[in-house]
Design a protein around this ligand. Structure first.
Ligand SMILES: O=C(CO)COP(=O)(O)O
Length: 247
């Protein structure tokens, strides 16, 4: 089975109704490559609003959710609530969740498991910090983060892994196609060894970190880069070019 190219926009804590209308306008104008799965991660209060505006070829995603269906967890959102709104995707374990909000590997794995149980598709984010890369620990870190998830889930069919080296996020320092491909290839080999050959062959591994219209085409040529998770550039019309990187 070939892996469908997948491009997610992660709006982070950006946007208001007017801004969302502008983003929807360039998504509608496209044209977006019909062979690409396009997902936009919007802030929780705007999920239903955004879903109501998006064209049929773009789906909406949440940026976070908690690990249980309901209860005394002030400020949290459950997968059941997302499903109730007709939202079928969630981004989990983003480095900003890990590093600003203190989410550890276990919590990210528990959230992933629960979201999958509730029927959501998950973009599960992993990636090393600059000091970890400089210390030669990139593989150790991404394997550890992926192992935590592998320990909690059985079905990988609704999981997309986003490799986002922390040093490349919002910095303008994109990983080179070689750097990204190297990690993606190693992750796929790891999945083959630790999970199964089928999961290794079928799971999409997308790259995130300063992806722009000008660097996406080179990155998209690498065999193990199955798409992108785009931050800043997903708020701008150039997102359309990133979706179309393989054209
Ligand atoms: O964190 C990211 C996507 O989730 C990447 O952000 P930038 O594209 O702004 O570097």
């Amino acid at each position: 089975m070939s892996r469908k190219f997948c491009v997610g926009g992660n709006w982070k804590m950006n946007g208001d109704k007017k801004g969302i209308q502008e983003i929807v306008a360039f998504l509608k104008a496209g044209p977006l490559d019909p062979n690409v799965e396009v997902i936009v991660g919007c802030p929780a209060p705007y999920l239903e609003y955004t879903k109501g505006l998006l064209p049929a070829n773009v789906v909406v995603s949440a940026q976070n959710c908690y690990k249980v269906p309901k209860g005394a967890f002030t400020g949290e959102v459950s997968p059941a609530m997302l499903k109730d709104l007709g939202v079928n995707w969630v981004i989990l374990g983003h480095s900003e969740r890990r590093n600003v909000f203190g989410e550890n590997d276990l919590l990210v794995a528990e959230k992933t498991a629960h979201a999958l149980e509730e029927g959501l598709s998950v973009i599960a984010c992993i990636g090393e910090k600059l000091e970890e890369r400089e210390a030669g620990k990139t593989e150790e870190v991404v394997y550890r983060q992926t192992q935590a998830i592998a320990d909690k889930i059985k079905d990988w069919s609704k999981v997309v892994i986003a490799y986002e080296p922390v040093w490349a996020i919002g910095t303008g320092k994109t990983a080179t196609p070689q750097q990204a491909q190297e990690v993606h290839e190693k992750l796929r080999a790891w999945l083959k060894a630790k999970v199964s050959e089928k999961v290794a062959n079928e799971t999409r591994i997308i790259y995130g970190g300063s992806v722009t219209a000008s660097n996406c085409k080179e990155l998209a040529k690498s065999g193990d880069i199955d798409g992108f998770l785009v931050g800043g550039a997903s708020l701008k019309p150039e997102f359309v070019q990133i979706v179309n990187a393989r054209q």
